[in-house]
Design a protein around this ligand. Structure first.
Ligand SMILES: O=C[C@H](O)[C@H](O)[C@H](O)COP(=O)(O)O
Length: 239
């Protein structure tokens, strides 16, 4: 498939799942708004539903600066975790999804806030295109780890001792490292297939200086997968 046509196909799949997820949101609910190109379609469709009157009285909790900008652009009122004690539904993307619905997230460096919001939601829906499905986490995507800037050197050493190959994420159209919404840095850590995601998640988070890593284990309730079947875009559910 030519590159432009492949990009267009992925865009259509992302759009389909984003819309399907936004259609599952009910009026009078608090909605976690994830980060990334797939969730952006969900946020846009939530805004469309509010505008048309199909949906009323929702409030969003953004997981990033990007989500907050999009929510404002599409007319979704926002709130914070200081104002509300629970989240009804969260919609978020992922970089890898394994057959047990465990995830790697953080391709957009937003996984720390995403984990706070997604973990609090009564229902956490993940939106991905079919290219994100893997047999084992870590096989196609390096694991993002958010680190305090002053701890980059010791955390790098500790991650190497765990068998990883950490690389400082560098900015695009900006010299130097990516700085997260919280003012920290990201180490992208290549592991061979991750055999025990739950143990690795807590082991990494126990390294002093680590804020959060992108392993989301046992959090997702439903994965919506955008696929092309016989030339037609469709959405498959993984429960
Ligand atoms: O930090 C970013 C997030 O975890 C995203 O949800 C993830 O990277 C997937 O993004 P996209 O839908 O753009 O592939």
């Amino acid at each position: 498939m030519a590159k432009n046509s492949a990009d267009e196909t992925i865009k259509v799949m992302k759009q389909q799942v984003g819309i399907a997820a936004a259609n599952r949101v009910s009026s009078d609910s608090i909605v976690g708004l994830g980060t990334g190109s797939t969730t952006a379609y969900a946020i846009q469709h939530l805004g469309d539903r509010l505008k048309s009157g199909d949906l009323n009285n929702i409030k969003g909790i953004p997981t990033s600066f990007q989500a907050s900008v999009l929510a404002k652009q599409y007319g979704i009122p926002l709130t914070t975790l200081d104002e509300v004690s629970k989240i009804d539904i969260a919609i978020d993307g992922a970089d890898e999804v394994d057959p047990h619905k465990n995830l790697i997230k953080g391709g957009g460096a937003a996984h720390t806030r995403e984990k706070v919001v997604d973990a609090l939601a009564d229902q956490f829906i993940v939106v991905v295109d079919q290219s994100k499905l893997v047999e084992a986490l870590g096989t196609t995507f390096a694991l993002p780890v958010e680190v305090l800037p002053m701890a980059i050197a010791p955390v790098t050493d500790a991650l190497k001792k765990l068998g990883g190959e950490p690389e400082l994420r560098m900015g695009v159209k900006k010299d130097g490292p990516v700085i997260t919404d919280q003012g920290n840095m990201i180490l992208d850590v290549t592991f061979e297939a991750i055999a025990d995601p739950a143990t690795l998640e807590s082991t990494i988070n126990n390294i002093p200086g680590v804020l959060e890593n992108g392993l989301f284990v046992g959090l997702a309730d439903l994965i919506l997968i955008g696929e092309i079947v016989e030339g037609q875009p469709c959405v498959r559910e993984m429960h």
